[in-house]
Design a protein around this ligand. Structure first.
Ligand SMILES: Nc1ncnc2c1ncn2[C@@H]1O[C@H](COP(=O)(O)OP(=O)(O)OP(=O)(O)O)[C@@H](O)[C@H]1O
Length: 256
C-alpha cells in the first residue's frame, strides 16, 4: 500500500484552476519530486495535502486513511510535516527552541497528564529531546544551537526549518523548494541530508523543487505539472525527455 495516495485532486480559486485533476501515489521510503513552471500548482498541492485548503474535488489518503476532511493540526499528528517556501520560524527564539517547538503537534498526552507531569509525559519529553539532538547532528546545526534565528544566514535558517519539521518525527515530510536561494554547496548538502533522512530516519519525502540538479540527484520519481494539470510521471530522465515537459519549459530552460 502506498503511504500517500492523491486521487483526482482539484481546487479552483474563482476562475483559476490552480490544481485540476491530479493523481499520484508516493511509496513508503520514496523521494518523490513535483516540478513545473511558476504557477503550475505545485505549492497548492502541498497546501491541499497539509489541509491549508479543502479541495474542490478529489481525495487524499495517508497511511491507509482518508485525510481529505481532516484539519491541519490533525495532519501533523498523523505524521505529515512540511516546510514552507517562505521560511516560517520564530525569529526571536534560538535554533534549539525552534526545534523543540514542533513538539506540541506530536504529543500523545493530554492537559491533565501534562499538569501532573506523569511518567508518560516525562518519557515523551525525553524522546523528543533525543530526536531533536539527532536532528541537530544530522543537519550539522551544533554550532548554531543557541543562536537567535534572526541573526542567521538564509541558508542556515532554511536548514533549521527542515530540522523543525523533522523534529516532530514524521513519516512523510513535504519540502517546498528546499534548494531555493541556496548556493551550489548548500544545495549539495541538502541532497545528502535528504538521503540521510530516508536512510537513517526511514522517511518518505515529497518535494517541490525547481533545481533540477537536486531533483535528478535524489528523486526516485518525478511528477511534472503545468497549468494545474499533470504532464508526465516517471523517473527524472523519463520526465525531462517527455515532449510535453520540454514544451512547458520552453523559454525557461529549467528542465534542460
Ligand atoms: N489562495 C489563492 N487564491 C487564488 N489563486 C491562487 C491561490 N493560491 C494559488 N493560486 C493560483 O493558483 C496557481 C498555482 O499556484 P501555485 O502557487 O500552486 O504554483 P506553483 O507551481 O507553486 O508556482 P511557483 O513555482 O511560482 O511557486 C497560480 O495561478 C496562483 O496564482
Amino acid at each position: 500500500m502506498s503511504l500517500l495516495q492523491v486521487e483526482d485532486l482539484a481546487i479552483h480559486f474563482g476562475g483559476v484552476k490552480a490544481v485540476d485533476g491530479v493523481s499520484f501515489s508516493v511509496e513508503q521510503g520514496e523521494v518523490f519530486a513535483i516540478i513545473g513552471p511558476n504557477g503550475a500548482g505545485k505549492s497548492t498541492i502541498f497546501n491541499l495535502i497539509s489541509r491549508v485548503y479543502p479541495p474542490t474535488r478529489g481525495t487524499i489518503r495517508f497511511d491507509g486513511r482518508d485525510i481529505t476532511g481532516l484539519k491541519a493540526h490533525d495532519i501533523a499528528g498523523l505524521g505529515i510535516a512540511r516546510t514552507f517556501q517562505n521560511i516560517e520560524l520564530f525569529d526571536h527564539s534560538t535554533v534549539l527552541d525552534n526545534l523543540l517547538m514542533g513538539r506540541h503537534t506530536h504529543r500523545g498526552t493530554n492537559f491533565v497528564q501534562d499538569i501532573l507531569f506523569l511518567p508518560k509525559v516525562r518519557q515523551e519529553e525525553r524522546e523528543h529531546r533525543r530526536r531533536v539532538e539527532q536532528v541537530i547532528e544530522l543537519l550539522e546545526l551544533e554550532a548554531y544551537r543557541k543562536k537567535m534565528i534572526a541573526g542567521l544566514p538564509y541558508g542556515v535558517r532554511k536548514v533549521v526549518e527542515i530540522g523543525r519539521a523533522l523534529a516532530i518525527g514524521p513519516k512523510l515530510i513535504l519540502l517546498d523548494e528546499p534548494a531555493s536561494g541556496l548556493s551550489v554547496e548548500e544545495t549539495r548538502d541538502v541532497a545528502f541530508w535528504i538521503e540521510d533522512m530516508r536512510r537513517d530516519m526511514g522517511l518518505t519525502v515529497l518535494m517541490v523543487e525547481h533545481d533540477m540538479s537536486l531533483v535528478n540527484q535524489v528523486s526516485d520519481r518525478v511528477l511534472a505539472m503545468a497549468n494545474g494539470q499533470p504532464l508526465a510521471l516517471g523517473s527524472p530522465a523519463e520526465v525531462q525527455a517527455h515532449p510535453d515537459v520540454q514544451a512547458a519549459y520552453l523559454g525557461t530552460g529549467a528542465a534542460a
